[in-house]
Structure formats: C-alpha cells, structure tokens
Unconditional design. Structure first.
Length: 412
C-alpha cells in the first residue's frame, strides 16, 4: 500500500507562510526501501522539496509521509562498526562525566535501534530503556539485554514508560530528532519525562551548514523533517524551554560524517551556568546563502555521474541514506555501478531503491574486482579502506563521494 503523504502550507516551527524552496529531488525514494530482485515491486517515490522559512530561518520539508509501516521493518544499524562503537563509548562517558550521571540514574533513548548506545550507559550502572519502532531492531536490543518499548515516540508515549524510569536524568537521540514530524512538540513533550533539575537531553543531527558546503544533498530525505545549524537549533531549544549547554560533548574527529551534537537542559536546571548564548554565526539567516544552491547541486551531481561513467568498472560502498540518495539523485544505475557494498546483513541480496543497484557484503569487492570504489559512508573511510586493503594493493582506487561532488576543492 502506498504511504499517505500530507503537505503542509506553513512552517513546522513557527507557523509562518513565507517559505522559499531551495532544493528539489524529484521522485526520491525512502532510504531503507530496498527491493527483493525475485519479487520486483514499485518502491515509494515522491519529490523531496526543502524550504527555508523567512520567519524562524529553519530549513525543512513540508510533506509528511506515513512512516508507521516503514519503520516497523527498518533495519539500519551501525553497531558493527568499530568507529561507531568508539563514538558510542565516548558519548556515554562524556555524558556521565560532564553532567554528573550516577549509577542508578535513568537514561532513555528515542530511536534506540539495536540498543548498542544504551548498552554503554547500562555498563556504567545506569538504568536504561529504549524507544524504537522497528520490530527487528527491538528484537536485537532485547537479545543484547537492553529493554525497549516498541513504538514511535508521540504525545502519549510518556504514559507508556515505566514509572521508575521517569523522570529520566538523560534522554538521548542519535540521528533521530530530525526524523520527527513535530520537532518543537517533541522538545516540549520532553518536560514530561526529563528530570527538571538534573536532566539533560543529548541530540545528534546533521549540520545544514556542512550539507550546503559539501553539497551533501543525500541528507535531504523523506525521513528528515528539519535541517538545522547550531544557531537555528539553539532557537528551537529556547522555544521549548531548554537551554543549549554544549556543542562539543564528543570531539569532532570522533564523530561520524556530518554531525551536529548538542546537549541541552531545562531552563533553571543545575546545568544552567554552562549554557551557550551565542552558538554560531547567522549565516543562514539570509536567503542569499541558499538561493543558488539548486544550480550548484546539479553541477556537482553531473560531475559525480560523469566521473563514475569514465572511471572503468566502479562499485559503491555504503547502502545507508548517503549511498541510496546520492545514486538516485545522480541518476546512476546498475549499468554505471556494478554493486553497492554494505556490512549490514539486512541489506544483502537486495536492490537499492530507485537505482536498483545490487547490495552485497564487503567481501564481494575482494572476489569481484573493480577499478574504483566510491565510498558514500565517508565517515568510516579509514575503516573501509582497511577492509579493502587487498583490493587496493591490486590497484583499486578508493575515493570519497565528497571529493567527487566538489572536484578540485578541499572538502571539510
């Protein structure tokens, strides 16, 4: 059944109607809507349009897709990555140390996946609970000894949580917050589950400033409702009665790809003295910064596609959103990219949505040589290059998608 799409006519955050479109991806797929080759079907495709609100200066989509069934079978996880595991360890340690979390305190994670992040808090003696809509990821979480409630976080979720875990001393969201259709409503609802005196919320999203600079348009998805900068995030937190505490909870070099990591607390908490009042430049308060973005993107996607089609036999690496959306936006298919490697066994043997490129395990690249591997999961580039070392020794080139989107420029 085709998901229901509802289009808004006003800003998700402030209700304003002066909304200016700066990016369009026609007929974009869901990032996780893989297709079985023996049971071909038409995957969901719909335009992704991204707007800038002249009122609150927040970048956002204006369409909401019914994702209940989609997230019920969602299988994406990064817990098999050593780099991701190290980040999770650092995040748990820094949260506990900086904000004085003690054994016995409660930690909730919204979008907890397979429980890998919460396990790091549990191992420090904290009581933990995940909130996760995916059935297979909930099963994996319980198998790992991390309790979880299978649901999408909504207005009534607080009533479903065990009383002994509310109020929680920490709530964590890692690349989940920007999936919420009502991010301001979520932040306001946090006050029902967060300790008003000692509680902190730790949220990781993608940074709009880097998306624009890198032309990383793969992060504009049906699943993402808002795209934030440190300044627009601080304003959003303030609207919800929260204060921004830090943008440096984990060092940038230890974070994945495009990461904007914030920690905040209720106004008047014991952490108030640590608040940040001026978190960043007002670059995207001005429409001119975004007015020419579509043309720049089309140029970059054309350069990437031209490179792939002239580089010999090419494979991709990373069947997450970056790989799926970049391949779809660039119009690349199985005639251009032989296969797409990914370590997540849930994707193996399937076809990437829209591009229909087969997804294979990383070992496939060692057994079926190519001239070049384009790495879409560039945050794990060193880890991927180490895994592909035998192929590199035979002459295979390994390149980051960012270098192809911005040829001749230093990408930061």
């Amino acid at each position: 059944m085709r998901p229901t799409v509802v289009t808004r006519s006003s800003c998700r955050i402030c209700g304003g109607r002066d909304l200016r479109r700066f990016f369009r991806h026609p007929d974009a797929p869901f990032t996780d809507d893989f297709v079985a080759p023996d049971r071909p079907r038409r995957e969901f495709l719909h335009d992704v349009d991204v707007y800038w609100c002249a009122g609150c200066r927040t970048a956002q989509t204006l369409h909401d897709v019914d994702v209940g069934d989609y997230y019920r079978d969602y299988g994406y996880t990064v817990s098999g990555s050593a780099f991701a595991g190290e980040f999770m360890e650092r995040l748990a340690a820094a949260t506990c140390e900086r904000f004085g979390l003690r054994p016995g305190d409660a930690v909730l994670e919204v979008g907890s996946g397979d429980g890998a992040q919460l396990a790091r808090f549990r191992d420090r003696g904290l009581r933990v609970l995940g909130i996760e809509p995916s059935e297979p990821l909930c099963a994996a979480s319980r198998a790992a000894g991390v309790p979880v409630v299978q649901t999408l976080f909504g207005a009534g979720t607080a009533a479903e949580l065990p009383r002994e875990l509310v109020p929680a001393q920490a709530v964590v969201l890692s690349y989940t917050f920007d999936h919420l259709p009502d991010p301001l409503g979520f932040l306001r609802a946090l006050h029902e589950v967060l300790d008003p005196r000692r509680g902190v919320v730790v949220i990781e999203v993608h940074d709009l400033e880097r998306i624009v600079d890198r032309r990383e348009i793969c992060l504009f998805e049906h699943e993402h409702s808002v795209s934030l900068t440190s300044l627009s995030f601080e304003r959003l937190l303030r609207r919800a009665g929260l204060e921004l505490l830090t943008l440096d909870l984990v060092p940038e070099h230890a974070r994945r790809g495009n990461s904007l990591l914030v920690a905040a607390a209720p106004v008047g908490s014991v952490h108030a003295a640590d608040r940040i009042d001026h978190p960043g430049a007002a670059r995207f308060d001005h429409w001119g910064e975004l007015a020419g973005f579509q043309a720049a993107v089309e140029e970059s996607l054309g350069a990437l596609a031209a490179h792939v089609r002239s580089a010999g036999r090419v494979a991709g690496y990373g069947a997450g959103g970056r790989g799926v959306m970049t391949l779809a936006a660039a119009g690349l298919g199985p005639g251009d990219v032989a296969y797409l490697c990914d370590a997540n066994p849930a994707f193996g043997g399937l076809l990437a949505p829209k591009s229909r490129i087969p997804v294979v395990p990383p070992e496939h690249a060692l057994e079926h040589p190519v001239d070049e591997v384009v790495v879409f999961s560039f945050g794990y580039l060193d880890e991927i290059a180490a895994r592909l070392e035998p192929a590199i020794a035979r002459g295979c080139r390994v390149v980051s998608m960012l270098d192809l989107l911005r040829p001749g420029e230093a990408v930061r």
